[in-house]
Design a protein around this ligand. Structure first.
Ligand SMILES: Cc1cc2nc3c(=O)[nH]c(=O)nc-3n(C[C@H](O)[C@H](O)[C@H](O)COP(=O)(O)O)c2cc1C
Length: 189
């Protein structure tokens, strides 16, 4: 674990000129995505902020599912509480969410539309039951067209209580660092 942490950290910070502050920002209803956010933090550090909907979702799974579906169908933009950070201060943003009805919860759309991501790198990560990332990465690209959006990291929520650190660390090294170095050296497509 310590070696993995060092490896990712070393790749990230080997190029002093390329270094920038990173933010790990996530929405998590039942804690799965939050666990992944915490693991990313353990691996790469940075600041962490949680998106908390002003209107809490119902505790009952049936009611919550209904509310989430209604929000999606109506294109709702639920408000969220103060994040405690200014997104403009960060160049590299890890954005986490659970998959709800095949995509991002609507409060994540609110977050994306409330901030300017031009010139920033967004690294999506998500947890889900069985469906994978759905249309979420494409949607982030659509809503934040000025950002470089990397491939997303996804895993089933129930796997987040196991040790997935190695897989996540390898993915971070392969996808994120490559994308980041491309961008900061001016080679981004
Ligand atoms: C309202 C709602 C809708 C969901 N829709 C999907 C879905 O479309 N596909 C899927 O695989 N899982 C779906 N799930 C399961 C969650 O994505 C999964 O449990 C996730 O890990 C929860 O993350 P969290 O603990 O960070 O909230 C849904 C869960 C809820 C509550």
């Amino acid at each position: 674990m310590k070696i993995l942490k060092f490896l990712v950290f070393a790749v990230f910070f080997a190029f002093g000129a390329a270094r920038a502050e990173n933010l790990i920002v996530y929405f998590s209803d039942s804690g799965n995505t939050e666990r992944v956010a915490n693991t990313i933090y353990e691996l790469v550090g940075g600041d962490v902020a949680r998106i908390v909907s002003v209107m809490p979702y119902p505790k009952s799974q049936t009611d919550k599912t209904y509310v989430a579906k209604r929000e999606q169908e109506s294109g709702a933009r639920p408000e969220y509480e103060d994040l405690g950070v200014n997104v403009a201060d960060y160049d590299l943003i890890f954005l986490g969410y659970p998959i709800w009805w095949g995509g991002m919860p609507m409060v994540v759309y609110t977050f994306l539309e409330n901030n300017n991501f031009d010139g920033k790198v967004i690294v999506p990560f998500a947890t889900y039951g069985t469906s994978g990332l759905g249309n979420s990465v494409e949607e982030i690209k659509r809503v934040a067209p000025g950002a470089t959006v990397t491939e997303g990291f996804g895993m089933p929520g129930k796997e987040t209580t196991k040790d997935y650190t190695k897989v996540l660390a390898e993915w971070l090294s392969d996808v994120v660092v490559t994308e980041w170095l491309n961008k900061t050296s001016g080679n981004a497509e």
